[in-house]
Design a protein around this ligand. Structure first.
Ligand SMILES: Cc1ncc(COP(=O)(O)O)c(C=O)c1O
Length: 425
């Protein structure tokens, strides 16, 4: 195996120089705070790119998701007491295979997440699991849904089901800025489909401000409310006056300067990520693996992270507990643990698939619904029902994220592909 001299990263910031100009502008004009031209401009640029009316700059994607989830709770169940979340006593449907920042806001707001299983076509929420969950829990009126790794989920189907049942959607587009889906014949950006959209400018995202996030909406009242909550819920008074609980969630004008310098490069970044994905697709041909799938007719991902999944019959033995993993190498076979270990030995950064939420210790007692119904407690020592359906855990077991850094050269990517090939020898 050939070790790379330079580390090959999963996904890091790709800077272009203009970012510094806008940071300097903030320094020169002394707007080193959470107000300023960079914030105004970034909000304008993102709203324009998304084709939406309002984008509110926040400290991170998590704060956007929190305020979106809180807003949905308030809309559905009314204003909560200061010491209670807006979802207290209520259940919320949520994507299962995601980063925990998508769904922790449900807990911040005292709600209980019901996790919906994933589907193989896009590695996102299975519309059939959503339909099953509605049959089982007809009182639920909110869905938090992600587009993982920059691949749009089946948002048209999901939105139609939600509209039919009066379910609001918080759309987590934190990883999928610039990814598109064909909705009723019209191409639209992910982040535009939900009642509230959220994006992230975290250091590893396709456009970064080192941190930062945005709340997206077409509703002025909602935008105003999130803006107010994000700045400690100050009232229009001469002194600090508060009628609602507030947060210090506003975007910094320095961070906004970085994002402002990055935004013109979004399409270029997507082009590079697409090239990387297609190169993996081509380069891994002949191995018993597939790259992460997407709907080629109805979606254009931003390909933020390229991933792969090993065919079931080509998996060597692998066991994982809550912290560690072991495998036994077999000729012609491999597993994510082996590949990630070998990549690391070669100075290349991969990562396991995001572990499904229903299997996380913190959420192990939450309900989990698959396309077949209740996903918990289906095994029985005395009755052989075959393998329990759990698509998310299957993808987690057999899949992994590959180095997808925009600055990775073709030669470096070839080395990654060669390392993966050697794992199957
Ligand atoms: C799917 C998803 N949701 C939410 C977040 C949270 O965004 P942030 O890190 O900006 O808070 C991230 C990434 O960090 C993410 O990948």
């Amino acid at each position: 195996m050939k070790r790379s001299d330079k580390r090959i990263f999963l996904a890091t910031a790709t800077m272009h120089g203009e970012e510094e100009k806008y940071i300097k502008e903030a320094f020169d004009t002394n707007w080193v705070t959470t107000v300023g031209k960079n914030i105004d401009e970034v909000e304008r640029l993102v709203a324009e790119y998304m084709g939406m009316k309002y984008a509110v700059g926040l400290s991170c994607g998590t704060s956007a998701l929190h305020l979106a989830t809180k807003l949905a709770g308030e809309k559905l169940y009314g204003q909560a007491k200061p010491n209670e979340g807006t979802l207290a006593g209520h259940r919320v449907f949520a994507s299962d295979m995601t980063f925990d920042a998508s769904i922790n806001p449900i807990a911040y707001e005292d709600g209980e997440a019901i996790f919906l299983d994933t589907e193989y076509d896009t590695w996102n929420t299975d519309p059939k699991a959503l339909e099953k969950a509605i049959e089982m829990y007809p009182d639920v009126k909110l869905l938090v849904m992600v587009h993982l790794y920059g691949t749009p989920g089946k948002i048209e189907e999901i939105k139609d089901i939600c509209d039919k049942h009066g379910i609001l959607i918080v759309e987590d587009a934190c990883e999928s800025l610039g990814a598109k889906y064909k909705y009723k014949g019209e191409w639209m950006e992910t982040g535009r489909f939900g009642d509230y959209g959220c994006i992230s400018f975290n250091g590893n995202k396709i456009i970064t401000g080192s941190a930062g996030g945005m709340f997206l909406t077409d509703n002025k009242d909602d935008a105003d409310k999130v803006r107010k909550w994000s700045t400690q819920s100050r009232e229009n008074a001469f002194w600090y006056q508060h009628e609602e609980v507030g947060y210090n969630y506003r975007m910094s004008n320095i961070i906004a300067g970085i994002i402002r310098g990055q935004m013109p490069y979004l399409d270029e970044h997507i082009r590079r990520k697409t090239e990387i994905y297609n190169r993996y697709k081509e380069g891994l041909k002949g191995l018993p693996v597939h790259v992460n799938p997407y709907d080629e007719e109805k979606s254009v991902p931003n390909f933020w992270l390229s991933c792969m999944i090993i065919d079931e019959e080509a998996m060597c033995k692998q066991v994982r507990d809550d912290h560690k993993a072991l495998y036994i190498h077999e000729k012609g076979k491999s597993c994510p643990t082996e590949i990630l270990e070998k990549l690391e030995e070669c100075n290349m950064e991969g990562r396991p698939i995001w572990k499904p939420m229903h299997a996380q210790p913190i959420y192990r007692t939450n309900k989990f619904v698959t396309a077949k119904g209740n996903g918990r407690g289906q095994s029985n020592a005395y009755i052989d029902r075959g393998k329990a359906q759990d698509v998310g855990m299957d993808i987690f077991t057999r899949g992994l994220c590959l180095p997808s850094d925009i600055k990775m050269t073709a030669e470096q990517q070839d080395m990654v592909i060669a390392t993966i090939k050697e794992c199957f020898e």
